[in-house]
Each structure stands twice: as structure tokens, then as C-alpha cells.
Write a protein that binds this ligand. Structure first.
Ligand SMILES: [Zn+2]
Length: 78
């Protein structure tokens, strides 16, 4: 695919600007790069990479993931 260094990127998960120094990480999924702005977005992306990469609305994927986490993750920091 075409990948120019000047290409403006937004965070795949939250949609924030993720260009140049503002980009925290980039994950390849299915051979395509996905920019991510912070560790939290990386974490979310890695929980459902196929869904984020598949063109689903990130907001919806995030809602599902958070709902899932609420049920499955024991809350230890209370
Ligand atoms: Zn983000």
C-alpha cells in the first residue's frame, strides 16, 4: 500500500491526532499499520485487533470491550 511519512494519522482507537511525536505506537494488523496515541489505546486495540482493523466503528468496539472488562475483570484496586 502507499505509506508516506507525511501522512496524517489519527489514533485508531480514540481518533486523536497521532502524527509524528504524538504517536505512541503503531501496530500492524493484517499487514496494515494502525497508529495509536497512548498505552491505553494500545491495550484496547490488542484486545480486539481484528475488530478495530476490520473497519468497525471504534466507539462501538470500545463500548463492547469496556462492558466485557466490567464483567470479567476482578476489581482489585478498590
Ligand atoms: Zn488514542
Amino acid at each position: 500500500m502507499n505509506e508516506s511519512p507525511q501522512h496524517e494519522e489519527t489514533c485508531t482507537v480514540c481518533g486523536n491526532e497521532a502524527t509524528g511525536g504524538r504517536r505512541f505506537s503503531r501496530i500492524y494488523q493484517g499487514g496494515r499499520p494502525f497508529a495509536l496515541c497512548c498505552p491505553m489505546c494500545v491495550d484496547l486495540f490488542q484486545r480486539a485487533p481484528a475488530r478495530f482493523a476490520g473497519g468497525e466503528r471504534p466507539q462501538r468496539v470500545i463500548e463492547d470491550l469496556i462492558a466485557d472488562l466490567k464483567w470479567k475483570t476482578p476489581v482489585r484496586w478498590e
